[in-house]
Design a protein around this ligand. Structure first.
Ligand code: FAD
Ligand code: SF4
Length: 514
């Protein structure tokens, strides 16, 4: 055996930076080795926001350093290494040959695309289930078997029972109800503002990465300047503690609120750190539950937060692995319209859109309701091709990985799976945005109007969407009242709404910003 030979080689991906990763657990640090590689195939398949690339590279470099401190033999390939093959299968092949590794270990990937590429590389990989999630892929498949439609609420109840989180001893949920969604919809009162965000200092590693990303990815949309996210486990922990103490108590009340110039409100900003392995899901849930039992946070906050983590997050992952690759191609409404250019620039007179897109370009962040009810809602109403919408969400958000981005965008936002993930489209007129934000007060459009040049585009587009998809949606009992309201409108009004919708869509087709 050559002196550089290792028994086992574990490939650790950029979103697998957890010390208890199963493929790492399989190693003996005295005889085995770890490989981490920055590769062009992963940075270039969509134009990722520069902050997302910076986060992953910096976190990978810090993780490699921490593993070495724990006694692991780590091989790290930087993006500009002249021998870099440019792809993860290529690097795994190169290093397993170079080290004459007897076994290659990988924890299952977050993206179907990459897992297929590794599987078709011909390398004899030992695959490990990703234990960082509560529900294994096969467990979700067993739960979904035989169901024509899936509902998050029933999956969530099962996860609560299984985890015991916020459960009474008698098997019933704390507070007597499974969810307190209705108590998560308060608007932000005047004068209330969110706590200042936790800040982070850039050490030498991060500075080096920021310089690299600035040099190589200046042509990608989004600014690098405001980068201020945790890149180590310790920093992620600081962000988490800051959230639990400062924001969690109000998280439940203002979960759906939006406010001008307040990009983060009472949200945790932990999704990226969690998705790349700097935080542990079970720990987060235990902390939230403990804060509830200690009387530090109300039930609507604790339950609301835990629902997102063990409900929505696990649910969308389950759907992804159950239905890829077919899921990515679904387009139930047959949309073909191109994504408007203003999604990449924020240059639009619609205040809600310019706020949501503007903060996305600046921070690679928008909270759930901005993604769902502003940028997502507009794409749904305007009939944008779902695959273009998905590519946009995958590119611009710091936390975007296919397993979580795709079902949220294609299923929840675009309803492109025909109602498999959610029972009705999350379509709404400008009235919803007016109720949940202060955006409309300073918008160039009038939210109280539906027709005419000054009318809020969301209003006519909402009715146009319902009219043009009556065949598919007219029988949905959750939309029965909405269609009743539409049919009560005088014929002339309905025609005017249709005409205004057509005119707006024609302007989008002509490449105009609204
Ligand atoms: P908080 O509002 O503080 O919520 C706490 C945590 O709950 C989040 O960190 C996240 O881990 C989890 N969570 C909440 N909602 C969801 C959800 N619907 N699906 C999965 N996890 C959820 N989340 C991603 O992590 N990556 C994505 O690529 C992503 N794409 C999305 C695309 C669309 C169109 C929509 C509507 C939502 C998407 N989400 C995605 C979910 C959600 O918007 C983000 O997780 C959240 O905004 C992250 O910010 P936060 O950490 O401040 O979250
Ligand atoms: Fe958005 Fe319409 Fe309100 Fe303007 S008026 S902020 S476009 S909802």
């Amino acid at each position: 055996m050559p002196s550089s030979s290792v028994h086992r080689l574990a490939l650790v991906l950029g979103d697998q930076l957890s010390f208890d990763l199963p493929s790492l657990q399989a190693l003996d640090p005295t005889t085995d080795a770890v490989l981490l590689a920055e590769v062009a195939a992963e940075t270039d398949y969509v134009p990722h926001h520069p902050q997302k690339i910076a986060l992953i590279f910096s976190a990978m470099r810090h993780f490699a350093k921490a593993l070495r401190q724990r006694g692991y033999c780590v091989h790290y390939v930087s993006l500009e290494d002249p021998d870099n093959s440019g792809s993860l299968p290529g690097e795994l092949q190169r290093w397993s040959e170079r080290l004459t590794a007897r076994e290659v270990h990988v924890t299952e990937c977050g993206e179907w695309r990459l897992e297929q590429a590794l599987k078709s590389s011909g390398l004899p990989i030992h695959w490990h289930a990703d234990t960082r999630f509560l529900c294994r892929r096969d467990e979700f498949a067993a739960w979904a078997a035989g169901k024509r439609q899936l509902r998050m609420e029933f999956f969530y109840r099962q996860m609560r029972q299984r985890s015991g989180l916020l459960m009474n001893g008698d098997g019933m949920p704390v507070g007597g109800a499974w969810n307190f969604d209705a108590e998560n919809r308060q608007t932000l009162p005047a004068g209330v503002s969110a706590p200042s965000p936790q800040r982070f200092v850039h050490d030498a590693i991060t500075q080096e990465v920021l310089a690299l990303v600035g040099r190589r990815f200046a042509h990608h949309y989004g600014s690098l300047e405001a980068f201020d996210y945790p890149v180590t486990h310790a920093e992620a922990e600081a962000l988490w503690q800051h959230f639990v103490e400062q924001s969690l108590p109000a998280f439940g009340d203002y979960q759906d609120a939006m406010a001008t110039g307040q990009p983060f409100l009472f949200h945790a900003r932990i999704s990226a750190a969690l998705n790349i392995g700097l935080l542990d899901l079970r720990r987060l849930c235990a902390d939230v539950e403990a804060a509830y039992w200690a009387g530090r946070v109300p039930l609507n906050a604790a339950e609301g937060f835990i629902r997102q983590l063990i409900g929505w997050r696990e649910y969308v992952r389950g759907i992804y692995w159950l239905h890829m690759p077919e899921y990515a191609g679904l387009n139930a409404f047959g949309n073909t319209r191109a994504l408007p250019e203003f999604y990449w620039t924020g240059q639009t007179r619609m205040k809600c859109m310019s706020q949501a897109i503007g903060q996305t370009l600046e921070y690679a962040y928008a909270h759930h309701i901005q993604r769902l009810m502003v940028t997502g809602n507009f794409a749904l109403l305007a009939g944008i091709a779902p695959q273009q919408v998905c590519d946009w969400y995958l590119a611009v958000y710091l936390d975007a990985f296919d397993w979580v981005e795709l079902p949220n965008t294609l299923g929840m936002v675009m309803h492109a799976d025909g109602g498999y993930l959610g029972s009705k489209p999350y379509c709404a007129s400008g009235q919803y945005i007016k109720r949940m934000s202060d955006y409309c007060r300073s918008c160039a459009y009038k939210v109280t109007e539906s027709t005419g040049e000054q009318a809020c585009p969301f209003n006519a587009l909402y009715w146009h969407f319902l009219m043009r998809h009556r065949d598919r949606l007219g029988g949905n009992h959750r939309l029965a009242m909405v269609y009743k309201n539409l049919d009560r409108q005088p014929e002339a009004k309905q025609q005017a709404l249709w005409a205004r919708g057509q005119a707006l869509l024609a302007r989008l087709d002509a490449g105009e910003a609204l």
